[in-house]
Design a protein around this ligand. Sequence first.
Ligand code: SF4
Length: 336
Amino acid sequence: MNYPARYYEEIYRYQLRCHLCPHQCTIGDGKTGICRVRKNVQGELFLQTYGEVSSMGFDPIEKKPLYHFYPGSIIFSVGNYGCNLRCKFCQNSSISQDVPQQFKAGHSYLPAEIVALAGEKKSNLGIAFTYNEPTVWFEYMIDIARLSRKAKMKNVVVTNGFISPEPLAELIEVTDAFNVDLKAFTEDFYLTQTMSKLEPVKKALMQIKNSGRHLEITNLVIPNRNDDKVIFVEMIRWIREQLGSDTVLHLSRYFPTYKMSEPPTPIETLQELHALASANLEYVYVGNTQAGDTSNTYCPTCHQKVIDRSRYDAWLTGLTKTGQCNHCGHQILNDI
Ligand code: SF4
């Protein structure tokens, strides 16, 4: 469904500039921006995919991944279409990149219908905007998130973080937790592998951190592309200095997909990077595979195991009801 888009201006007759993300696309009449879902129709910008759902269902919160935000809970997860990046290693290319053909086959749901579906399970925590890049269907996401807030649900956004500061501020208002992909730590990687830029993602991470919202980061480790140890340590130090040593970091194993055929990340690489990151950050996990004891949570003060995980299951074996280590009292979770 076409729905009026926001965050744009007319720069010349029927020529529009979209300000939603740092691409700042100039869009001629009848054309879409890089994300392929925001279209200029006779001088007005529309989100073409409002109400379209590519997939939805109840997922463990650990699958987002969020490990320090109500661990062990389930969350109603919703995806739409499109993306403002062009990652060669995209894991959801059928809904993020092959957009125009796909979304015509989707199903339409009003925001209230999404919230009603989410409420069907009493134990459900809230709504996660995920699967494809949710910021490109900003208006639909915000409308759902506002309603879900009213229904006392939590909102989670899983994003590449490539969004302009003003819409991000609006999104932060209705979001409880973010997982942001930090795909690498060089502009060269962002340009050649994703057709975007690193600097705006760093700024978005700092904006979210400064807002006080819950933030976790995912870094997909791709052999020979972003596994250089010197640059990796530079990234880890930046996270520690700008976002804090208690920032939760997920190192995710890559598998060949879409336009990338490099073999999967060796387990040894993940273990090495896990050790390097753990020397600077308190909570580092390896995901998308089993790599030794890298999915459990340990207290950074007394080193007692406090959360036991197996795949997407979590057992809070060493935490008090208020999220402290039950051995030494260190505050580990704020959202439990
Ligand atoms: S949201 Fe889409 S149209 Fe807008 S600037 Fe980003 S890529 Fe371009």
